[in-house]
Each structure stands twice: as structure tokens, then as C-alpha cells.
Design a protein around this ligand. Structure first.
Ligand code: DGI
Ligand code: FE
Ligand code: FE
Length: 189
């Protein structure tokens, strides 16, 4: 399948609004890949696909995670917003037959991040924050950070999310914390 065909599958599974978001993330990911010496085509594809399960019914998300052997932790079970990333990665492998682990992992970790992310994982993580339609307070700073360097933008995104979650007394996924800690420790070296 080529990218256009994947786009049509994504279009059929999402509202217009979220399809536009996905296309904007694809565009941002492609640009970040060019700037950072990563594969623009792969970045674009991962961007197109990253939210493919976002609007699937929770039961469908749980089912595909289960069938691909993903066991939810207590934190994951209590935070349904995290499911679409894991379910999306499972969908790529099981339904779309995508075997490229880099693309699958970029989808899987796009919401939480994780320690020692690949370039493609960082690119999709950041592209999701800075896509053209985003208009939250601070988005301009994040866009600027992204043009300075991918790592600065990853850090800014993690701080943004961790702050927001803790302020709202929501559980923070260990992968988000591990991503944050790994970066802070690396900077101290
Ligand atoms: O799918 P999008 O809306 O484009 O963006 P996303 O995949 O980054 O999802 C954002 C949501 O996920 C937002 O409501 C915050 C939530 N989230 C991100 N990291 C964590 C989290 N929720 C919990 N409980 N814990 C996390 O570590
Ligand atoms: Fe998402
Ligand atoms: Fe998204």
C-alpha cells in the first residue's frame, strides 16, 4: 500500500477535524525529518497514521490491544486517552500489515514519549504538539523550540504534559516520566 491509500483508510476512520489534524501532523513530521536528517517519507507516514484509532470505540481499542498481547497496567487502564496510541500500533501491525518497527513505535509512543526515543519517535511526538491547527497557550514557543532542536522541543512537550496532568490530578504514565528523567540526566553529563 502507498501513503495515499493509508490516508484514505485514516480518512474513513476519523472525523474530518481529526483527519485534518493527522494530515497536519504528517506535514510537520515531514518537515522535522528534513531538518533532522531522518527519513521524511517514514515520518510522513507515521504522522498520517498516528491517531488512526483515536475515534474507535473503547471496546475495539481494548480488543485489538488484547489480541496483540498488550497487557494494560493499572495506570493505562485508568487513562483511556492513552489507549489509542497502543491500539494504533497494534492496528498498524495486525490490520495494515506494517512491519516497519520504527513506524509502529512512533505511533505507539506518540502520546507518552519514552526514554531513549528514536529520531522518528521524537519527530512524531513533537509534530503532534505543533501541527498547524494547534492553538493552545504556548504553542508558538513550542514551534520555536522545535526549530532550534528536536530535543528541546521533546523536553518542552514533556514538561507541558506533565505539568498539565499533575495540575489536574491525573495519573502520569511511567514512560512520560522516564522520558523526562532520561533527558534531564543526559543534560547533567
Ligand atoms: O491524540 P491527540 O489528541 O492528538 O494527542 P495525544 O495523543 O498526545 O493525546 C493527548 C492526551 O493524552 C491529553 O489529553 C493528555 C493525555 N496524556 C498524555 N500523556 C499522558 C496522558 N494522560 C495520562 N493520564 N498520562 C500521561 O502520561
Ligand atoms: Fe494521539
Ligand atoms: Fe494527534
Amino acid at each position: 500500500m502507498d501513503e495515499k491509500q493509508y490516508e484514505e483508510i485514516v480518512r474513513s476512520r476519523l472525523s474530518e477535524k481529526r483527519f485534518i489534524h493527522s494530515m497536519n501532523v504528517a506535514k510537520a513530521a515531514e518537515e522535522l525529518a528534513v531538518q533532522n536528517g531522518a527519513d521524511p517519507q517514514k515520518a510522513r507516514l507515521a504522522g498520517v497514521l498516528h491517531d488512526i484509532m483515536k475515534e474507535a470505540p473503547p471496546e475495539e481499542q481494548l480488543k485489538i490491544m488484547e489480541s496483540s498481547g498488550i497487557m494494560l497496567t493499572d495506570v493505562e487502564r485508568s487513562a483511556p486517552k492513552l489507549w489509542h496510541a497502543m491500539a494504533g500500533a497494534a492496528y498498524l501491525q495486525k490490520v495494515l500489515g506494517i512491519e516497519d518497527a520504527e513506524v509502529v513505535n512512533a505511533v505507539r509512543y506518540h502520546t507518552t514519549g519514552r526514554a531513549n526515543m528514536s529520531a522518528l519517535e521524537k519527530i512524531v511526538f513533537v509534530a503532534d504538539f505543533i501541527s498547524d491547527e494547534r492553538d493552545y497557550d504556548g504553542v508558538q514557543e513550542l514551534r520555536e523550540a522545535a526549530h532550534h532542536g528536536l530535543q528541546d522541543a521533546v523536553m518542552a512537550g514533556l514538561i507541558f504534559t506533565i505539568q498539565d496532568l499533575s495540575q489536574n490530578q491525573k495519573p502520569i504514565h511511567p514512560d512520560s516520566l522516564a522520558a523526562y528523567n532520561a533527558e534531564i540526566v543526559a543534560r547533567g553529563k
